[in-house]
Design a protein around this ligand. Structure first.
Ligand SMILES: Nc1ncnc2c1ncn2[C@@H]1O[C@H](COP(=O)(O)OP(=O)(O)O)[C@@H](O)[C@H]1O
Ligand SMILES: [Mg+2]
Length: 255
């Protein structure tokens, strides 16, 4: 069964969408049939993958996956009705069952499913966490990095009750070369040990520009530092999840 990965953090601007788009692109390049589910009404993953946000529906209306600008990557876009599901965290309704069924069906057609979550604690990330088999939590390398993280982890634990979701990882994003970022990285690593992925994503202008062209980094500037870091992170995650890409050699910088 395809891993279903929720990329989540209630903080905005920490690199969730950038992570989803670039993980998907590298997994696709490696030969995995990859699906991105845009579960954020802001539809940033939809446009970053070169798809115009439209009224085509969303995962909650069983919208059909569509092709994207990235090879082997399909998208269930964000639709306007997603906003209706942005109810408080504990107020998730019947739609969870519909989401479960939609994702279960898609698991047969894809080898990797990534869900981009909005920056809040509404029913949208809650439902994504409930259908996920894995979680990636992007954490920005800044002073307040750890703030809110314990609340998110408590929510994740509580959601899964007696069978807690064991497979979650932290990805450090937007790391600047300065001393502040170094000390934040050291603190997060001390606190969370091997929950933290070994590669950090550097702050890199190319990562901010690529979405405006509707492209992932590998199609925009494959040798920029953030692209190389996302390639390494994709390989680390896929090997943790036991996913086998058929064309690893297709990645130009693979060592
Ligand atoms: N490594 C990076 N270096 C520079 N800018 C980045 C990087 N990663 C993301 N960004 C930019 O930071 C902003 C927030 O990233 P985004 O992925 O949209 O975060 P989120 O989905 O958590 O809100 C976007 O403008 C994005 O292009
Ligand atoms: Mg986003």
């Amino acid at each position: 069964m395809a891993p279903v990965v929720a990329v989540t953090n209630q903080k905005g601007g920490v690199g969730k969408t950038t992570t989803v788009v670039n993980l998907a692109a590298y997994a696709g390049l490696g030969g995995l049939r990859t699906l991105v589910i845009d579960s954020d009404p802001q539809a940033n993953a939809t446009s970053a993958l070169g798809v115009l946000p439209s009224a085509a529906g969303s995962i909650y209306t069983h919208a059909e996956p569509m092709a994207t600008s990235a090879e082997n990557v399909w998208l269930v876009p964000a639709g306007p009705e997603l906003a209706e599901h942005a109810r408080p965290w504990h107020d998730a309704g019947h739609e969870l069952r519909a989401l479960h069924m939609a994702v279960q069906q898609l698991q047969n057609s894809f080898e990797l499913i990534l869900i981009d979550c909005p920056p809040n604690f509404t029913a949208l990330p809650r439902n994504a966490l409930l259908v996920a088999t894995q979680v990636v939590i992007p954490v920005q390398c800044e002073y307040f990095a750890l703030e809110g993280l314990s609340q998110l982890l408590a929510h994740i634990e509580e959601l899964h009750g007696s069978a807690p979701l064991a497979d979650w990882q932290i990805l450090l994003t937007m790391a600047s070369p300065g001393a502040l970022a170094r000390s934040v990285i050291a603190e997060v690593r001390r606190h969370f040990g091997d929950r933290v992925l070994s590669v950090e994503i550097p702050r890199d202008e190319a990562a901010a520009v690529a979405p405006s062209h509707g492209r992932a980094l590998l199609d925009h500037d494959p040798l920029c530092p953030a692209a190389l870091a996302y390639l390494a992170v994709t390989r680390e995650l896929l090997s943790r999840w036991g996913s086998k890409t058929s064309r690893r050699e297709a990645c130009p910088t693979a060592s």
